[in-house]
Ligand binder design. Structure first.
Ligand SMILES: [Zn+2]
Length: 147
């Protein structure tokens, strides 16, 4: 595995809750730069991860100035968005805990109805919907025209 920055729930509780997404993003970016220098490894994507209660790296964290997104560790499956108010709150931490728990039990969050489902269908590049929400006319494979 390439070098990575892995947060656990305690790290998030201690260092993220009450901070603005912007501050978290800038600090995490500084960590990433320091890691690149220390390891001599150059890459851009997927360098922040979150481990579950078993110490398994389970989520990829994509940080932005006013929100954050959760993906599976491959980055190929969108899981959830943390947003609202510009500040990382206890509610965001609970969202992450829920995602870790549900994913450890093999479930995927439907990108349409937002329920956790055992069975799902993939669409586009990183989308997933439950069987109830799946519409073959709407949920198609990645559109690579023009690439
Ligand atoms: Zn659904």
């Amino acid at each position: 595995m390439k070098p990575a920055i892995v947060f656990n729930i305690s790290d998030l509780q201690r260092n993220f809750v009450g901070e603005t997404f912007e501050d978290i993003y800038h600090q995490a970016r500084d960590l990433h730069k320091a890691l690149k220098q220390a390891t001599g490894y150059t890459w851009d994507n997927q360098h922040w991860f979150i481990e579950n209660m078993y110490g398994e790296v389970s989520l990829s964290l994509s940080l932005h100035n006013s929100s954050a997104s959760l993906y599976d560790t491959s980055g190929a499956k969108f899981v959830d968005t943390l947003c609202g108010g510009g500040i990382f709150t206890e509610a965001h931490l609970e969202q992450i805990k829920e995602a870790l728990y549900e994913m450890a039990n093999g479930r995927t969050k439907c990108n349409s109805c937002k329920k956790w489902a055992n069975d799902y269908k993939k669409y586009s590049f990183a989308g997933s919907v439950c069987n109830d929400c799946y519409d073959p006319n709407k949920h198609k494979g990645p559109d690579t025209r023009g690439d």
